[in-house]
Write a protein that binds this ligand. Structure first.
Ligand code: GLA
Length: 393
């Protein structure tokens, strides 16, 4: 396994220096931001929905806040023709025209496939057609591919005969194959490695060209799902950096299953995690509160900080957790999370996060400067809520 990872890493390095390869470091120097159809539209998404999302990204101000990708998830695929070329189904009359439309708005278009023969929703995958599909995507003007394991898992099971090491090798190879095919097109296409299950993806996602990789199962639009996924990311910070990000799944903000405080926790935790910010709500019917949560400039700046460091847990005491994230210029984002069902008073010492008395604190959700007393900061944190600060000396 180690030899295999080393070999993958070596081929990745070679790719980085090959003139045809736009290195992963150049793509997505900060975590990708955009919108994806799955969490709200699921299998019903149409061309009109995607155009509507693109229009709304512009009119709402989200594009200018950094949400650039418009990603079509599963269920766009139709049949392959006699030459094996994939065509969209009748929900998507023309992918090139759709890409042109999205590009005309100053946005980028993403698409979805699988290294297996079928996608998770049972549509056509790319197995055996990797190079052909990559060329088709490039010709359409696609800028981002989410590549989701799905039925490839069955192939891995069958071919590995229960040997975990072999399973991991086949899994990595499946992703590497598509990465090579994307690079060969000469078009920069962000590569999103989705939900592989046989080996810890954070240890190999970047070696197979992943700009981001799913570290968890699917998020659901309720606090316990979001919190379980988000807080489970402790310890993964060292695997993330410019061009290659851990992906704890897309946002549920605005989908209706959480309170405003819970969605605030969702945004804050994803920002601390330097997670991709891929909105998953219906952008054409967004409340002002949802828009405010998605576009808070200070919170986005934490996620998108150019240092590119993922944050981590500092301490946890029962349901209270303190997390921090290093920012450029020596500052830090610091989050006090309350996972309890009732409001609770929380405090931390500036020294817990590497600062001394006299540090400057800004509450990023109220926009106000706040003050530590005797080297510690205390606040009432709402049920399932957060206080998110920017601390600088
Ligand atoms: C998997 C992924 C989801 C979504 C669906 C589509 O479950 O994890 O994010 O893409 O497939 O079928």
């Amino acid at each position: 396994m180690i030899a295999r990872i080393a070999a993958l890493a070596a081929s990745f390095l070679l790719l980085m220096f090959a003139p045809s390869a736009l290195g992963a470091e150049q793509l997505e120097a900060t975590p990708p931001m955009g919108w994806n159809s799955w969490n709200h539209f699921g299998g019903n998404v149409t061309d009109a929905d995607v155009r509507g999302a693109a229009d709304a990204l512009v009119s709402s101000g989200m594009r200018n806040a950094g949400y650039i990708y418009v990603n079509i998830d599963d269920t766009w695929q139709g049949k392959r023709d006699a030459q094996g070329v994939i065509h969209p189904n009748n929900k998507f009359p023309g992918m090139k025209a759709l890409a042109d439309y999205v590009h005309s708005k100053g946005l980028k278009l993403g698409i979805y496939s699988s290294p297996g023969p079928k996608t998770c929703a049972g549509y056509e995958g790319s197995y055996g057609h990797e190079a052909q599909d990559a060329k088709t995507y490039a010709a359409w003007g696609i800028d981002y591919l989410k590549y989701d394991e799905c039925s490839f898992g069955d192939i891995i099971e069958r071919e590995s005969h229960g040997d975990r090491r072999k399973a991991a090798e086949i899994e990595m190879h499946g992703y590497e194959k598509m990465h090579q095919a994307l690079v060969a097109t000469g078009r920069p296409i962000v590569f999103s490695v989705s939900s592989p299950v046989f080996y810890k993806v954070w240890e190999w996602g970047s070696a197979v060209g992943g700009n981001l990789w799913r570290t968890t199962g699917d998020i659901g639009d309720h606090y316990y799902s979001m919190a379980t996924i988000g807080f489970s990311q402790a310890g993964l910070a060292k695997y993330a950096g410019p061009g290659h990000w851990n992906d704890p799944d897309m946002l549920e903000v605005g989908n209706g299953g959480m309170t405003e405080e819970e969605y605030r926790t969702h945004m804050s935790l994803w920002a601390i995690l330097a997670a991709p910010l891929i909105a998953g709500n219906d952008l054409t019917k967004m409340s002002p509160e949802t828009l405010a949560l998605l576009t808070n400039k200070d919170v986005i700046a934490v996620d998108q900080d150019k240092l590119g460091r993922q944050g981590d847990r500092v301490w946890a005491v029962g349901p209270m957790e303190l997390w921090d994230k290093p920012l450029s210029g020596g500052a830090k984002a610091v989050a006090m999370f309350n996972r309890e069902d009732g409001a609770t008073s929380m405090a931390f010492n500036l020294s817990d996060v590497g600062f001394r008395q006299g540090a400057t604190l800004k509450d990023l959700w109220t926009g106000k400067e706040v003050h530590a007393r005797n080297g510690s900061y205390a606040a009432l944190v709402p049920a399932h809520g957060v206080v998110l600060l920017r601390v600088s000396q």
